[in-house]
Design a protein around this ligand. Structure first.
Ligand code: ADP
Length: 262
């Protein structure tokens, strides 16, 4: 789906009954598609302001559905979804760049839809490209970039909006291992600096534990929350934390829970 459509269709998700400090809330949410598929069954979850929550679970358990509900791209069949801000950005597994536009134009796409002075838009795009290390590639076309760099353009496009909530749907799933590790550190760095709230879908237990404050483990379809695991690693997170006992303990715990819900 092109990114412009994402913003166009993002609805205001009711925030009237959120408790203070909560940025995203799912309350008794069930989602049954027209086909009769029950994607989510009675899911309740809150994400605090500034918190990083990762969601893992078997394929088809409703993870993307959860994210689309938070984006306002879908409405739940029952229950309620509330987000405390209209300032949200959605990042997909594919970078969804326009091949005929430069890196700068691609990174400008979302912020260009906002009402603000052109100079402010430009400042934000420059800052976002700088933050993802692509300032020197602003005039290149996407074809001149590696897969990791294209994903960084996608991140810059979201960052330029200066979103309060980042919704990320397996953003690094298509990248090779080394690039993926590099992108994880970049995202952590951006998170430390920008302080957004993150809801991050992944298949990787190791990625979830490295990035998140809490890891939500979902059961096989119909998706329910099987467990929520706190990750007891300090911030800022660093690459060498992958070898810390707290990291391996949490990863083993989540992997064990995941094995039990398949
Ligand atoms: P996950 O992200 O965990 O792989 P999804 O949220 O994409 O799971 O999908 C959950 C279930 O809902 C799957 O069985 C999927 O086939 C089904 N589903 C997802 N989107 C739709 C849709 N638009 N219409 C019908 N079924 C859907």
């Amino acid at each position: 789906m092109p990114p412009t459509q994402v913003v166009d269709t993002m609805q205001d998700v009711d925030a009237s009954h959120l408790t203070q400090g909560t940025m995203v809330s799912f309350h008794d949410v069930s989602m049954v598609y027209d086909t009769g598929t029950v994607a989510l069954d009675d899911v309740s979850l809150t994400v605090a302001d500034g918190e990083f929550v990762a969601v893992v679970g078997p394929s088809g358990c409703g993870k993307s559905t959860l994210l689309r509900l938070a984006a306002g791209l879908e409405s739940p069949t029952s229950g309620s979804v509330a987000v405390d801000t209209p300032s949200r950005a959605f990042i997909f597994q594919e970078p969804t760049l326009m091949p005929w536009e430069t890196v700068r134009r691609n990174a400008s796409l979302l912020v260009d839809l906002a009402k603000m002075p052109a100079a402010e838009k430009q400042r934000r795009v420059d800052a976002a490209l700088d933050a993802v290390g692509l300032a020197g590639f602003a005039d290149q076309l996407p074809q001149a970039l590696s897969g990791g760099m294209r994903m960084r353009v996608s991140l810059a496009r979201a960052l330029a909006v200066e979103p309060e909530v980042m919704l990320l749907d397996e953003p690094f799933g298509a990248l090779d291992d080394l690039t993926r590790q590099d992108m994880q550190m970049q995202l952590l760095n951006l998170y430390d600096r920008a302080g957004f709230t993150a809801l991050f879908i992944t298949h990787s237990v190791f990625e979830a534990v490295l990035l998140a404050d809490r890891v939500v483990v979902m059961s096989a379809r119909p998706g329910r929350i099987a467990a929520v695991v706190d990750v007891d690693l300090p911030r800022p997170r660093t690459a060498d934390m992958r070898f810390a006992p707290e990291y391996t303990d949490a990863a083993e715990h989540v992997a064990g829970l995941l094995a039990g819900v398949r």
